[in-house]
Design a protein around this ligand. Structure first.
Ligand code: NAD
Length: 481
């Protein structure tokens, strides 16, 4: 059934938005009084647009439902799942209006002098979706598709993810629309420093803490920390996912992949799938895809195929994940790995396997292929890999889907541990990090499974219901709504 208030309409109701989401927010006007930026949709003096207002489309109770489409934007897809939960929970219109829009959206211009002397101007965003449960938290993505709509969607997903794994954060996301693969290291550093300076007015150790996402990594976080530190002094907790030498947490680099595997194993148990006999396909061989494959393999499962943007490699008897990784030292894609058969990204998703793990981009499982997915279990390591329409098809076909907001929350969990360690100036051992991660991932997975079983819901619906209730409750008891 379509959610009552879907699609998100164009009407804005300023009385519902922008009231500040917590004590930490009270510092913003003070900073702004130094003339560094202006609020409410105005141009700031460095070319950015800071908006405290309701710039995301909000709901119109009279809006007619539309058919689910594959070409829904990432934001439409994310709000679709939210509105479905809001319907099931009978969320009132005031709360719906607040939770279906971003709290603050900052769009900035990032002029970068390229190595060839030319000036290129990039577009960057930091979107803070909801801060009822704590400071905003979410990664920064460098990708050509990272536009306002995509970053908005990812910010909202962070709110739900952080609530589900029960870390004391709200949700945010950053993005720069660029092709990181074609930029030199120096260009990337200049872009990162400029972007950090531009968003520095709205981030802070107790306000908003960025982390890596697609196209960014520990090095990017080191540059962000340094650029922020040049302006505000040494603050390692300003970003997470830093190199360990600069205050990063042991275990953070592999945390998202480790969490994906913990969730996959719990879900496999639930559907009676023997892990040691499981044949797994992983799309994407970056940070999350590689670590997911490596840890799943180490724990006895068979990785039959992996891929990246250049294509995939398949071996029905199993790939040696470390050898594939080794191959990437010389090659630009896993597709040319000699120990497997070359396969396209489209074919990958339809392979005969037990567990399919999309770990790259959004929308790859859609109405074109959902009927042909042969896995019994889909574990969403990427954000938004399944369109709402495909999600319905998978549900009807009895394919279990461990949703993104559950499956990939290991990264933000260890980011939380890193933030805690930075604030306390006390480093944890790797064993402690992994123990705490496992404990939290298992607990969240079990909560979702029980909720789903009790109410006969899909795991995604159960995960959204739990998260939305937690965030709505926090907003209510703070007096925010
Ligand atoms: P990454 O940049 O390290 O790797 C991305 C991988 O996806 C690369 O192998 C790339 O070649 C591949 N890829 C890109 N476009 C593709 C396409 N069209 N088809 C197939 N493969 C493609 O990024 P990452 O950090 O591993 O993130 C991957 C996904 O996981 C993203 O959706 C991200 O939002 C999500 N995620 C990441 C983290 C984290 O901690 N890094 C946490 C939670 C969720």
């Amino acid at each position: 059934m379509l959610p009552r208030n879907f699609p998100p309409p164009q009407t804005c109701r300023p009385d519902h938005i922008g009231g500040g989401s917590g004590a930490s927010e009270s510092r913003l006007p003070q900073r702004l009084s130094f003339g560094q930026a202006k609020l409410v949709g105005t141009e700031d003096d460095r070319g950015g647009t800071v908006s405290n207002g309701p710039t995301t489309p909000t709901m119109d109770p009279a809006a007619a439902p539309v058919a689910l489409r594959d070409d829904m934007s990432p934001y439409e897809a994310a709000t679709y799942f939210f509105h479905s939960a809001a319907d099931r929970l009978n969320l009132n219109d005031d709360m719906r209006a607040v939770l279906s829009t971003s709290y603050r959206e900052l769009a900035v211009q990032i002029p970068v002098r390229m190595d060839n002397g030319r000036l290129e101007v990039f577009r960057g965003y930091r979107i803070q979706h909801n801060g009822a449960r704590g400071p905003y938290k979410g990664g920064v993505r460098y990708h050509e598709s990272a536009d306002l709509d995509e970053v908005r969607a990812l910010a909202a997903l962070m709110t739900w993810k952080n609530a589900l794994i029960d870390v004391p954060f709200g949700g945010a996301k950053g993005g720069v629309q660029c092709e990181p693969g074609v930029l030199s290291r120096e260009e990337l550093q200049r872009l990162t420093r400029r972007f950090t300076a531009m968003i520095s007015y709205v981030i802070g150790v107790h306000r908003d803490i960025p982390a890596p996402d697609m196209g960014t990594n520990a090095q990017t976080m080191a540059w962000m920390m340094d650029a922020y530190g040049q302006k505000y002094g040494y603050e390692p907790a300003i970003v997470t996912g830093k190199p360990v030498e600069l205050g990063g947490s042991p275990g953070r680099e592999e945390a998202t992949g480790r969490g994906v595997v913990i969730c996959a194993r719990e879900a496999a148990k639930r559907i009676g799938l023997d892990w040691k006999r499981a044949r797994i396909v992983v799309q994407g061989f970056g940070n999350v895809g590689y670590w997911t494959s490596a840890i799943a393999h180490e724990l006895g499962a068979t990785i039959v195929a992996v891929s990246d943007v250049g294509g995939g490699t398949y071996h029905p008897a199993g790939l040696d994940v470390e050898k594939v990784k080794e191959h990437l030292k010389e090659a630009i894609s896993v597709a040319t790995y000699g120990g497997g058969q070359n396969i396209s990204n489209e074919e990958m998703l339809e392979l005969d396997c037990d567990i399919l793990i999309p770990a790259a981009i959004n929308g790859v499982i859609n109405t074109e292929n959902a009927d042909r997915v042969r896995a019994k279990l889909v574990v969403e390591a990427a954000n938004g890999p399944t369109t709402p329409a495909a999600d319905q098809i998978l549900q009807e076909r009895g394919v279990t889907v461990a949703p993104d907001i559950l499956a990939n929350c290991g990264g933000v969990t260890v980011s939380y541990f890193e933030w805690v360690q930075n604030i306390q100036q006390f480093r944890w051992e790797l064993d402690t990090v992994n123990f705490e991660l496992k404990k939290r991932m298992k607990k969240a997975s079990q909560q979702v499974f029980s909720y789903a079983a009790e109410r006969e819901l899909s795991l995604r619906d159960a995960a959204f219901d739990i998260s939305v209730q937690r965030v709505a409750h926090a907003a209510e008891i703070r007096g925010y709504v």
